[in-house]
Design a protein around this ligand. Structure first.
Ligand code: FAD
Ligand code: FMN
Length: 771
């Protein structure tokens, strides 16, 4: 086979040498526009895992690379005058030049033809090639030439960075944050050889422009960075090796994905590889890893399916199939980390205390969870857990094991929660006339014994016509209130849980059947007239609601107040106002469902006017010493709908009106929504609102393990975690998860004590404690 790699970066060189090594008959050429010793950039970072992969793929070059490695375990944070350190992280740094020179030498030894100083204009310059590797980097000319086929998606990110070096040596991967009069700058610093460290400086576009950095040349920019990081540099100089870049040398990172990775040009098969195909932000340092992994996978597929030309098509198909998931995983982690650095200044640096800021930074990619941090640095994590616990008011004796973050207490007004876990409200559609019955007592009683600190019943409706289905709970009568008192007494009597009510009005989503009889389908018989912000039906076959008049608004507000008083009288500890999921109050907030032209429609302030009126009336009727949370759909997941930025605006309004917390949900506002689900998919909304809106939040949605909850609470991404479906599967979710992580500190109901020791022993035997 004739193989041409266009671009002699890590991807092209490594693929070239692997193919020649595995099948010496191949004719392999790598064409590079630079000379062998010219390259842009300083050091790159590898992980221990990457070392194992290259060791297996080509032990000879791996040995040379290993000799050149600078290994370090520590990460250090310089922040607000503090120096914080953690260990056990296992990084390896190597100069990019050095790495390329090792790969070039290895190519030569194996018989790969290296052509330097040749700028390739087109793949058609190699008409005899059977296989062309487009390894020509992020600005790939080959990808551009066939962009209709590859369908690249390039997203230019807002932050600016400049890639510099220094002769000051750092013994840890160092992150240095400095505040200037116009905003924050951060430096990512790591040593990569005996004399040099990489020093990448990053800031937001706004801060970049305010400092006039767009008008400075490279030398002036370097002088500026030397001033900002003078304390850390301690007299050392910063250097550039990107003299070929004209202008300011401050770049924007481009996040690239491609729909297709391969193309046939009529003579040769072309495959994109490395940065030409996908990029990963330097915040997790995985660009080189992706490039090398691509090369390894493609060579492996040739081994698997055969090294002949006739196999190329099948090999490329198998390669794409095998790589896509792994690439997406790294790109997702890189995106999380990149976004963290994009908002870090105003969201975290100004808000979090240094210790929590450090933890937040360590877990920024969300690939490293609480238990991963523990594996790396058990002592450091225990210290952090102790600090968190003490901050929550727990006294931890010198020999005591601190509680994990999700088991620290939390106080809101006069209510003290034993831990951070909440049974999220879940409609059960099993009531008659809005009355609690045996099902609810059994269902909620079981969850009250399961270890969670706060047990919400389902959305409870403020009038008969506020119900979603005829099976919904209500609080419009004294008979209902009396049963609520019994429920609250039950919850209080069986353990430490507090009782929560979520008051709501279904609005245009009312008068439907129970979901098991047809989700959101209108009742065939016995329905009632619907009201909403605007006369828009939820489904095409739903009843058209009446646009609420001022009279309707008065009545519904008074219904909310009456229900609030009944809940207070029943001893409910916590009230939540349901302003999410397309129900009545939510229908005012979303521009998709609110088309009003009066003072209740249009701008945020108008759309929030009625929900805020209800909130204020409820707040007034609710005892001063008991908290109220507001549940918002923080994303409508539909063009033209609310986004997290809109939710932040509403959250601030509710906070100003006296809300204690925002319960961050999303969607269910319009049927055509296109939500992006995934692990912890709504937690970013809780994080945004908590740390930019400066109001406590509840995170919910696909939080299914203690490790998730611990990571969220420890990083300050939310204050409480609402767990819904896992609590349907396991009423004692909190007890079981606590046992699973070896935190045997949540009291079990005394009647169940005999089960506890056996349960914990079984877990220990199964080896899952602490995993
Ligand atoms: C600031 C910064 C820091 C980074 N830090 C890290 C890190 O710590 N760890 C890490 O793993 N990755 C890091 N990366 C990413 C890493 O540099 C790339 O992901 C990696 O180099 C990709 O390898 P590649 O072979 O695909 O592309 P490249 O390394 O970009 O190689 C492409 C090659 O093609 C050549 N070329 C381009 N066009 C032509 C043409 N028309 N004709 C001939 N030759 C051509 C170029 O000269 C270049 O040599 C960082 C990137 C940046 C910007
Ligand atoms: C059966 C069921 C009923 C629900 N009912 C309500 C409800 O009454 N009020 C509400 O705000 N959310 C309701 N939700 C949403 C949950 O509270 C929660 O936000 C969602 O299920 C995501 O959390 P999870 O991934 O832990 O399940 C319901 C969810 C389920 C599964």
């Amino acid at each position: 086979m004739r193989i041409v790699c266009i671009g002699g970066g890590p991807a092209g060189l490594y693929f070239g040498l692997l193919m020649k090594r595995r099948h010496p008959e191949h004719d392999v050429t790598v064409v590079e526009r630079n000379r062998p010793y010219d390259t842009f950039g300083w050091g790159v970072v590898f992980s221990d895992q990457m070392v194992a992969a290259i060791q297996q793929a080509d032990p000879e070059s791996a040995a040379e690379i290993a000799d050149a490695f600078n290994h370090w375990d520590d990460i250090e944070l310089l922040f607000k005058g503090q120096r914080l350190r953690t260990t056990g992280h296992g990084f390896i740094g190597i100069g990019r030049k050095h790495l390329l020179n090792i790969l070039q030498r290895r190519c030569e030894r194996l018989g790969v033809k290296l052509v330097f100083d040749r700028e390739v204009e087109s793949d058609l310059e190699f008409p005899d090639a059977d296989l062309i590797i487009a390894s020509d980097g992020v600005n790939s000319r080959i990808r551009e030439r066939y962009k209709e086929n590859f369908k690249p998606d390039i997203l230019v990110r807002p932050n600016r960075y400049i890639w510099l070096g220094t002769h000051k040596l750092f013994d840890a991967f160092t992150f240095d944050f400095r505040r200037t009069e116009h905003g924050w700058f951060q430096a990512h610093i790591y040593k990569f050889d005996a004399e040099t460290s990489t020093f990448i400086v990053e800031t937001t576009e706004e801060t970049f422009l305010k400092h006039g950095l767009d008008k400075l040349d490279q030398d002036a920019s370097i002088a500026f960075c030397e001033r900002v990081f003078a304390e850390t540099l301690d007299g050392a100089k910063l250097m550039t090796n990107a003299r070929h870049l004209r202008g300011s040398a401050w770049l924007n990172f481009s996040r690239l994905t491609c729909e297709k990775w391969t193309h046939y040009n009529g003579r040769s098969h072309i495959v994109l590889m490395g940065d030409a195909c996908h990029t990963a932000h330097f915040a997790i340092g995985s660009g080189t890893k992706l490039a090398l992994d691509d090369a390894i996978e493609l060579a492996d597929q040739f081994d698997r399916l055969g090294h002949g030309k006739e196999n190329i098509e099948a090999v490329l198909a198998a390669y794409g199939e095998a790589r896509r998931v792994g690439v997406a995983r790294v790109q997702n982690a890189a995106r999380n980390a990149m976004e963290w650095f994009e908002v870090v200044g105003h969201r975290y640096a100004d808000t979090l205390e240094p210790k929590q800021f450090f933890y937040s930074m360590l877990t920024r990619s969300q690939r490293i969870s609480h238990e991963n941090v523990r594996l790396r640095d058990p002592v450091g994590l225990a210290e952090y857990e102790r600090w968190l616990a003490e901050r929550s008011g727990v006294e931890v004796g010198p020999d005591d094991q601190p509680p994990p973050p999700m088991l620290t207490p939390y106080a809101a007004r006069g209510v003290k929660l034993a831990n951070r876990i909440v049974v999220s409200p879940m409609a059960m559609y099993s009531a008659q006339d809005g009355l609690l019955n045996d099902f609810h007592f059994a269902h909620l009683g079981a969850r009250a014994m399961g270890g969670a600190a706060l047990v919400f019943a389902e959305m409870t409706c403020v009038s008969p016509d506020a119900r979603i289905t005829p099976g919904c709970l209500g609080l419009w009568s004294d008979e209902q209130a009396a049963l609520w008192k019994r429920l609250v007494d039950l919850i209080h009597s069986v353990g430490h849980a507090k009782a929560g009510v979520q008051l709501g009005h279904a609005g245009r989503k009312g008068a439907t059947r129970a979901p098991w009889e047809g989700i959101d389908q209108p009742l065939e018989r016995g329905g009632w007239p619907l009201i909403s912000a605007s006369p828009l039906p939820y489904l095409r076959n739903s009843e058209i609601p009446r646009e609420m008049t001022r009279e309707d608004m008065d009545r519904v507000r008074d219904d909310f107040v009456a229900a609030t008083r009944r809940a207070a009288g029943a001893g409910v500890d916590w009230l939540e106002l349901h302003c999410a999921h397309g129900y009545l109050l939510s229908s005012f907030l979303s521009p998709l469902t609110n088309r009003r032209t009066d003072e209740y429609g249009g701008a945020h302030e108008n759309r929030a006017r009625y929900p805020l009126e209800v909130f204020k009336a409820v707040r007034e009727a609710w005892p001063e010493d008991r908290p109220i949370s507001v549940r918002l759909s923080c994303h409508d997941w539909f063009p033209g709908g609310n986004t997290p930025d809109d939710a932040l605006i509403f959250a601030k309004m509710f906070k100003a009106a006296g809300a204690d917390m925002i319960d961050c949900s999303s969607g269910q506002v319009v049927k055509e929504e296109r939500p992006v689900y995934g692990r912890l998919f709504q937690t970013p909304f809780a994080d945004l609102i908590r740390n930019e809106g400066h109001i406590p939040t509840i995170a919910g949605g696909a939080i299914s393990e203690a490790d998730h909850a611990n990571s969220i609470i420890a990083a300050g991404r939310a204050d409480l975690c609402a767990i819904a479906r896992p609590h349907l599967a396991d009423p004692a979710w909190t007890l079981h998860e606590a046992a699973r992580i070896g935190a045997n500190i949540v009291p079990w109901p005394k009647q169940y004590q005999s089960a506890r020791a056996q349960y914990e022993a079984n877990l220990a035997r199964a080896g899952s404690v602490g995993e």
